[in-house]
Design a protein around this ligand. Sequence first.
Ligand code: TTP
Ligand code: MG
Length: 351
Amino acid sequence: MSELRKILHVDCDCFFAAVEMRDDPSLRDIPLAIGGSRERRGVIATCNYPARAFGIHSAMPTARALRLCPHLTLLPGHFEKYREVSAQIQAVFHELTPLVEPLSLDEAFLDVTAVEGFRGSATWMARWIKEECYRRTGITVSVGAASSKFLAKIASDWEKPDGLTVIPPARVDAFVRELPVKKLHGVGPATGARLDAMGITTCAQLRELPIERLLDEFGKFGRRLFELARGIDERPVRVERERKSVSVETTFDRDLPDLASARAALAPLCERLEGRLERHGHPPLAGLFVKVRFDDFSLTTLESRGLSPAPESYTRLLEQAWARARRPVRLLGVGVRLLPEDARQQLSLPL
Ligand code: TTP
Ligand code: MG
């Protein structure tokens, strides 16, 4: 049995929108969204709470958002600014502990088990983080504190915006019992629907299923469900090395028989990659790559420095990669290499 941990999860409230509202208070009380334009078939990256009241949310096509709220103010996004605010909040976290695992620009896990300040109180640490983040950046964050990652993350979402929710060890059991299964880490719409069909909506109901049944139904994930339903989640907070690439990939249900079908499969992948890059605040790029696994499980990766991440560039790389084996394709991935942090700093040196 491992010692009881103290994990914080910190997540900024409507992050991109909050930065825009800070810099232009006239945007504060009107529906505001950050995203691509309707004309360019863009999607919403995020929106403020007045816009959420109209049913607008992340990843919704902008055209749909504008139908829901015709007087929505739409901004294109200023990623330099978001990266800067992100660095400021990360600096706050690192003043508390080196055990910080960033999940995206606006979100991180902290393992504060060994922190001696604040008399070891996770609640006080959370309050301090909220105050410091607001003081230094002018935007509010929500914090969750619990003994595991999945509970800390649920807790940070519990009283958003500007929330602070603590789930003390003695309350974990009662809290998890009541928890809807769709809140569990890794339970997406598909698993949620399957559980629903089995008559299971809460963790209390999930606990009644024996482990064998869960393994039968869900394979390896069944064990995870068994544990999560009991509040068990031993995943450690992982201090991240510098991220070197961003990529997305798909393993196809059926192998793609030829080059033409592989080419056709690129467009949705490129779109997903674009979404990922947006979430990372459009970091400066060093190059592109395509990854192909063929039906004989051989794997090839083709890189190119200096191309722009346009669909045509990926098509060119795919053609060359495919020519190496000329076989049906089992998996396709597209990605970008990021410019290393030290090279970025050189780029931004004054001339
Ligand atoms: P989130 O933390 O998921 O959302 P949020 O901070 O805007 O709102 P909340 O108050 O509910 O936490 O994501 C952080 C930022 O990442 C968000 O401001 C914009 C960006 N993002 C996208 O670009 N696309 C997406 O699909 C999502 C979910 C987020
Ligand atoms: Mg957020």
